[in-house]
Write a protein that binds this ligand. Structure first.
Ligand SMILES: Nc1ncnc2c1ncn2[C@@H]1O[C@H](COP(=O)(O)OP(=O)(O)OP(=O)(O)O)[C@@H](O)[C@H]1O
Ligand SMILES: [Mg+2]
Length: 294
């Protein structure tokens, strides 16, 4: 796997570091107000916050689509102002919210291979790497097929393949599951989880607290362009008051755990698996204490 994900540079340097980042859109819309953040290699980070809180604006700074109005963004220790979007896209891949916005080529090969062709990679290697990327996202379609006729779920996977093909260390997914049914949503997230296990740093922007709780390990909460919380997924997702203050809804399983915490279920459960384990423990304790109770 090492070969697939080439790593260069100092492993101790955060892969992304943000120092006092301010960003203003034309028309005096101040979208980011003094963000400080370090993201280390191998993290699976969730970014949450209500509509307009600055999530997309922040992540667009990580691959150079936006440059700071004030402050600094360093990718692998290098100021993003000194790198082109093409250079940055080899380190940081960005999967757009709507895959239709990313799809423009007439064939799957041209679509997925676009980034490589642009960097002058020979055709034979492009084909090999496109096949590899399609295999990772489990998309078995002819290379000469049109990407426009793919289903919504397949388009999302194609968009990920188009990013993977350049083998970026960091993959940003901005609302990647919009428009997907539950099965395809979990299928896509399983692919993303595998990529994280292979060493990719994953940054997931989503309004879906279930996905945050099940897949990420750290979460930052944005409000009006500021980070108002940064911590482990467990601590943030079980902080119902914090979530509600930010117009976010806790995972269902956390509400359930809290509702029955008086029976010995920890109130800070955030995943289904944790709940099943605690509930199982509770039932076996009750049956031992009072065999006739169940
Ligand atoms: N191109 C733009 N021009 C002017 N203002 C913009 C532009 N894009 C975003 N904004 C503004 O910047 C702020 C942050 O927007 P951003 O898209 O980063 O929020 P978000 O957290 O991603 O929201 P959502 O959850 O709706 O995707 C908002 O006030 C938004 O209206
Ligand atoms: Mg957004």
């Amino acid at each position: 796997m090492k070969k697939y994900l080439e790593r260069v540079g100092d492993m101790e340097t955060p892969i992304i570091e943000v120092r006092d980042l301010w960003f203003e859109y034309p028309g005096r819309v101040v979208a980011l107000r003094g963000i400080n953040l370090k993201i280390h290699r191998g993290e699976f980070l969730g970014i949450i916050g209500h509509n307009g809180s600055g999530k997309t604006t922040l992540v667009k700074h990580f691959n150079g689509l936006l440059k700071p109005t004030k402050g600094l963004v360093l990718v692998d220790g290098i100021d993003t102002r000194k790198l082109s979007v093409a250079q940055l896209s080899r380190k940081v891949g960005y999967v757009f919210q709507n895959p239709d916005h990313q799809i423009f080529a007439p064939t799957i090969l041209e679509e997925v291979g676009f980034g490589l062709k642009n960097s002058g990679v020979p055709e034979s290697e492009i084909i090999e790497r496109v096949k590899e990327a399609l295999q990772i996202v489990d998309l078995n379609k002819p290379l000469d097929a049109s990407p426009h006729f793919l289903s919504v779920g397949e388009k999302h996977r194609l968009a990920i393949a188009s990013v993977l093909v350049t083998r970026p260390e960091v993959i940003i997914l901005d609302e990647p599951t919009t428009g997907l049914d539950f099965k395809h949503c979990i299928q896509l997230m399983s692919i993303v989880k595998k990529l994280n296990e292979r060493g990719h740093t994953i940054i997931l922007v989503t309004h879906d607290m279930y996905l945050i709780a099940e897949f990420t390990r750290r979460v930052i909460v944005l409000r009006e362009g500021r980070i108002v919380a940064d911590g482990s997924t467990k601590s943030i997702m079980s902080n119902i008051e914090l979530l509600e203050e930010n117009f976010l809804y806790p995972p269902q399983v956390t509400l359930l755990a809290r509702a029955i915490s008086k029976y010995g279920i920890p109130p800070n459960i955030v995943t289904t698996e944790e709940f099943v384990t605690s509930y199982g423990n509770l039932l076996s304790r009750l049956s031992t204490e009072n065999p006739n109770s169940l």
